[in-house]
Design a binder for this molecule. Sequence first.
Ligand SMILES: Nc1ncnc2c1ncn2[C@@H]1O[C@H](COP(=O)(O)OP(=O)(O)OP(=O)(O)O)[C@@H](O)[C@H]1O
Length: 230
Amino acid sequence: MALLGLRIANVSVSFTGLPVPVLSLPALEIAPGERVAVTGPSGSGKSTLVNVITGLERPSSGMVLWGEIDIARLPEGKRDRWRAENIGLVMQDFHLFAGLSALDNVLLPVRLRMKGAARFAERAHALMNRVGLSRHDQPVATMSRGEMQRVAVARALLRQPGVVIADEPTASLDPESGAAVAELLLELAVEEGTTLLVVSHDERLVARMDRRIRLSAGRVAVDPNVEAAP
Ligand SMILES: Nc1ncnc2c1ncn2[C@@H]1O[C@H](COP(=O)(O)OP(=O)(O)OP(=O)(O)O)[C@@H](O)[C@H]1O
């Protein structure tokens, strides 16, 4: 899958009854392969940004260009397909099926979406070894939280996405597991050649990213690529 960069122009997200947009981004660019942290206080718009750039939510206005494709213009079904092909998502609370094995969780998205998903089995095993999981048939319900997040990381990378987006990937882990998962995400972004965007309060993880963007009240308050934020 092609390495993708992001170009946002004039994006705003508004909700009925709220006087100001919850997200307002005149311009934001992320270069292909860049590793970017997004921080900001609660309610500053971080999850809304993730939703918009993954196509989970459509902005009220503006362009969300990944490579040449403006995902804000895609109808929902196409956006879902585009996301499945291009974005690996890692969420704070894993989004795993507890009743399934680790391997079945890694393979589930391709099994649900694609014919010939069996061809991913070899890569699934290799990725699970890479993230440090040796018991591929272990039921997720019996895993530690750190192991669960490793399953989620392997699942996110299965289709060789051009972009990995992680929303508070270490927030529900103990410090040691969190540090290990952070390390994995950074190493794998390089090995797999993906753009990486991480929303996090984890200072150690944030410090290791190439660029740190801070949101405040739905706007970019700090971005080293912009001389003076509005
Ligand atoms: N569907 C919605 N309807 C109305 N307001 C919403 C909706 N979704 C989000 N908001 C508001 O938008 C603002 C930004 O929310 P968002 O979840 O993006 O913040 P956040 O920075 O991710 O916060 P946290 O760190 O607490 O998760 C908040 O004030 C929230 O109440």
